[in-house]
Design a protein around this ligand. Structure first.
Ligand SMILES: C[S@@+](CC[C@H](N)C(=O)[O-])C[C@H]1O[C@@H](n2cnc3c(N)ncnc32)[C@H](O)[C@@H]1O
Length: 496
């Protein structure tokens, strides 16, 4: 370990969360949890030790209500009963915190204090910090709607670094009606040992920060276990030959061989293939972040259009060039590629509360890991272009029906997208550590919106199949949209 050579960055030291963004909740008397502990001088654990009901539910006793009075031991956050710790300078990871006394497994070490802010503010702030060039991330997610930002105000917990083999962990406790995050020892820790916990960092794209925790089981990068990161590297890792062109069985006989030769000349790391082997989208990427960290230029990930909106800081911009050709698929796919990659600097803490669990995959549009090559992946991305199909049909009635169904489908998609924004933090936290929750009412809204979307999708496809089967088609697809709207306000396509 190095001596202190750098000055500590400026921040305000606090030992209580700062509630500038909203008022501290007032605990109603009927909500106060009162345990049944009775102090016994011969049993030091009797005054709200391990056996206390409140301790079992990770709730601190409320002063004035606990039967053990001033002897209550279950007010550690409130009384700032922190372990002795010391700042030191690490190699390559900035400042770190070490134990300045021997710690026992399960021991409360320190509270992760900071400003309690909304999830939206957390998003805005992390963007701003990244733009300001702040390389360290101090925003920790508190629950589905709030985060703690220890960037400007915080306790010494803000200096604890990430470890892939951590000796500490975060735990959420309810204290006077508010959720607070504490750092606890995961094992016995001897004096002088650096403290570390698993950040469960979420990676959303952009630059990848090398993890320097030094653990034998190190994942290599901060956020390497997050879904975004895994899907990113899953497809395009240099040494991953599962998607190498040689493994794509595109021809059955020697006569077909030329098509495979065409493909072989294409770099599989950043291109999309059409079935005929032409590159459909070619991308370039610029890494634009300066930092002490070692960044890797991440190979571009061409992802299926995802309803998840990108958030936080734009680190890298992806330029997309798409070949425009008349085909019965929509432009959505191309548009999705011009979305910006982003890295959000947020740390997730474990949650002790839950009320509604959502199984992985039920909320987010999961990107399938079963794409066996670029061809299948492309098919999964293509969406039916209802307008184009309507254009092929002769009758106005058939066109109108298809367009109406498409409009309903688009509306259903928008509803789902905006709902996803609301519940996204809970989903992500849930996927990270399978511990978090969303309110039942939100989950019900989500299920309803999903059903509407599925129904709208089905209706659109049904309408297309029905009308294509039963309506005469045009000889060529060169009709134009008519000028006017029809009675129902739906634009229809002119028939010659
Ligand atoms: C909560 S701060 C920890 C304190 C920080 N080291 C400092 O000097 O202020 C989190 C930041 O520390 C750095 N960091 C923490 N753990 C790391 C690790 N294992 N490898 C690389 N950088 C790490 C990253 O820059 C991360 O965004």
């Amino acid at each position: 370990m190095d001596q202190h050579t750098e000055e500590l960055p400026e921040y305000i030291d606090i030992n209580q969360n700062d509630f500038s963004y909203r008022k501290h909740k007032k605990q109603k008397e009927e909500d106060i949890a009162i345990c049944e502990c009775k102090y016994n001088a011969n049993d030091p654990d009797s005054a709200c030790g391990e056996r206390c009901w409140n301790v079992h539910t990770s709730t601190e006793c409320t002063p004035g209500y606990c039967p053990c009075g001033v002897l209550c031991k279950n007010q550690r956050f409130q009384k700032c009963e922190y372990a002795k710790t010391k700042l030191f300078q690490t190699q390559g990871r900035g400042w770190g915190l070490l134990a300045d006394e021997d710690l026992k497994v399960g021991q409360f070490i320190i509270e992760y204090c900071g400003e309690v802010i909304s999830w939206k503010d957390a998003k805005r702030r992390s963007q701003a910090y990244e733009i300001q060039g702040l390389r360290d991330a101090f925003i920790i997610s508190l629950n589905a709607s709030e985060s703690i930002d220890a960037t400007k105000k915080g306790s010494l917990a803000r200096f604890i670094n990430h470890s892939c083999q951590p000796n500490c962990e975060t735990r959420k406790w309810t204290v006077l009606g508010e959720i607070r995050v504490g750092i606890f020892a995961k094992e016995d820790i001897s004096r002088g040992t650096e403290l570390g916990y698993d950040y469960n960092f979420e990676w959303y794209g952009g630059a990848k920060v090398r993890c320097l925790c030094g653990a034998a089981s190190c994942c290599g990068f901060l956020g390497a276990r997050s879904r975004g990161f895994q899907e990113d590297t899953y497809l395009w890792e240099d040494d991953d030959d599962r998607y190498s062109v040689e493994k794509i069985p595109l021809y059955d006989s020697a006569e077909d061989e030329p098509s495979s030769k065409l493909l072989k000349s294409v770099d599989s790391s950043n291109s999309e293939y059409n079935i005929d082997g032409k590159i459909k989208y070619s991308m370039t990427m610029t890494v634009g972040v300066g930092s002490e960290h070692q960044f890797e230029t991440n190979a571009l990930v061409v992802q299926p259009p995802d309803p998840v909106p990108m958030e936080a800081v734009v680190v890298n911009e992806v330029k997309a060039e798409a070949s425009v050709e008349m085909k019965p698929y929509s432009q959505d796919t191309q548009q999705a590629f011009s979305q910006k990659n982003a890295m959000i600097s947020r740390i997730r803490s474990n949650s002790a509360c839950r009320n509604y669990h959502i199984g992985p995959g039920s909320l987010t549009k999961k990107r399938s890991k079963h794409y066996s090559n670029g061809r299948l992946k492309q098919l999964a991305q293509d969406q039916v272009n209802a307008k184009f199909i309507a254009l092929l049909l002769v009758t106005k009635q058939a066109q109108e029906e298809i367009l109406r169904c498409e409009e309903i489908k688009n509306n259903a998609n928008s509803v789902l997208d905006s709902l996803y924004n609301e519940i996204r933090p809970a989903i992500e936290e849930h996927e990270r550590d399978s511990q978090d929750c969303v309110a039942t009412s939100v989950a019900e809204k989500w299920i309803e919106a999903c059903c509407s979307k599925l129904k709208a999708d089905f209706d659109l496809h049904y309408s297309i199949i029905k009308n294509v089967a039963c309506t005469p088609r045009r000889p060529h697809p060169e009709a134009k949209l008519s000028e006017g709207d029809n009675e129902s306000g739906i634009r229809y396509l002119a028939t010659d």
